[in-house]
Design a protein around this ligand. Structure first.
Ligand code: DOR
Ligand code: ZN
Length: 345
């Protein structure tokens, strides 16, 4: 049995670091595990411009202890009023790595998101030209569409068109939750990839709804049926170039989750690598973990892979019930469970 695994330091290609006290409470958990991370812009108000992204990047760096080797890669939040020239400038000045498409009202702080994707053609054209990656929250939002069907319907109605109309645009379908998502990414050209979260590899929708309603298993896109989880596990552990690590770590206070209208989001940053590697171990695919965690993401984004190494070892650890985020208790993914692997300090 493999007792330890040494790989190039991984990156997180999708994370919510928040702002203010919460940022100060959670940023180090990501910086301990990852060299770089694509930081989501859904603050309140959202990070919609190059200048806002530059300022947010400084706040992230300031929230970490001096000398922490961690590089936040910034994203701009697309709105109906996004200025294509500002995005191109953000990329040219080394501030922006990607822009994020939230359909309006799809999830946390997405009220300013895009109401008509058809109107974004000039923005996509500018991004294609500038080499700015498009990160997509792929869910339709119409009230009549069942929440479990929203990803598949987005792919059919919107994503396929974007990819067809802008073949040079790099597109990441974020936090894939369905077999349809996996199949779409696999069938598309090399400019289309997908990120996969730890939770969607571990849980299906029963985890949320059987034996009581469990708010800490609730995120968006919501976990689906078992058949989808199995498709995601196969995609993540297959060793290909199109699927890579994106935790979607999304901290909310314990109170905000345990509420009559609980927030969407799972805080998985503190044990993300341990959570992922356990899946690769269970699938007998540890040899592909470095590809998923450390190589496929940089290759897609056109960045060098990290050169320093990290080691994970087979050792039990119990995940705490809560983690203190600068005075606010947050419940981590796997709270109270025993994980079988440990990141060596
Ligand atoms: O569950 C989620 N939480 N999904 C998202 O898309 C946003 C995130 C958040 O910011 O809380
Ligand atoms: Zn997210």
């Amino acid at each position: 049995m493999t007792e330890s695994l040494t790989i190039r330091r991984p990156d997180d290609w999708h994370v919510h670091l928040r702002d203010g006290d919460m940022l100060h409470g959670v940023a180090r958990h990501t910086a301990v595990q990852f060299a770089r991370a694509i930081v989501m812009p859904n603050l309140s108000p959202p990070v919609t411009t190059t200048e806002a992204a530059r300022a947010y990047r400084s706040r992230i760096v300031d929230a970490l202890s001096k000398g922490t080797a961690f590089e936040p890669l910034m994203t701009a939040y697309l709105t109906d009023d996004t200025d294509p020239a500002d995005l191109a400038r953000g990329k040219a000045e080394g501030v922006l790595t990607a822009a994020k498409l939230y359909p309006a009202n799809a999830t946390t702080n997405s009220a300013h998101g895009v109401t008509d994707i058809g109107n974004l053609a000039p923005v996509f054209a500018a991004m294609e030209e500038a080499g700015l990656v498009l990160c997509v929250h792929g869910e339709v939002t119409e009230a009549h569409v069942d929440v479990f069907d929203r990803e598949a319907e987005f792919i059919e109605r919107h994503l396929s068109q974007i990819v067809r109309n802008f073949p040079g645009l790099k597109v990441v379908l974020e936090h894939i939750t369905t077999r349809e998502g996996v199949e779409f990414v696999e069938a598309a050209g090399p400019n289309v990839a997908g990120t996969i979260t730890p939770q969607h590899l571990h849980i299906n929708r029963n985890a949320m709804l059987v034996g009581g309603i469990r708010p800490h298993a609730y995120c968006l896109p919501v976990a689906k049926r078992e058949v989808h989880r199995l498709a995601l596990r196969k995609a993540a552990t297959g060793g290909g170039a199109k699927f890579f690590l994106g935790t979607d770590s999304a901290p909310h206070s314990k109170d905000a989750k345990e509420s009559a209208c609980g927030c969407a989001g799972i805080f998985n940053a503190p044990f993300a690598l341990e959570s992922y590697v356990q899946v690769f171990d269970e699938e007998d695919a540890l040899r592909h973990f470095e590809q998923f965690a450390s190589l496929a993401g940089p290759a897609f984004y056109g960045l060098p892979a990290n050169t320093d190494m990290v080691t994970l070892e087979r050792a039990d650890q119990v995940v705490p019930d809560t983690i203190d985020a600068a005075g606010t208790p947050v419940v981590p993914f796997h709270a109270g469970e025993t994980l079988r692997w440990r990141l060596v300090a």
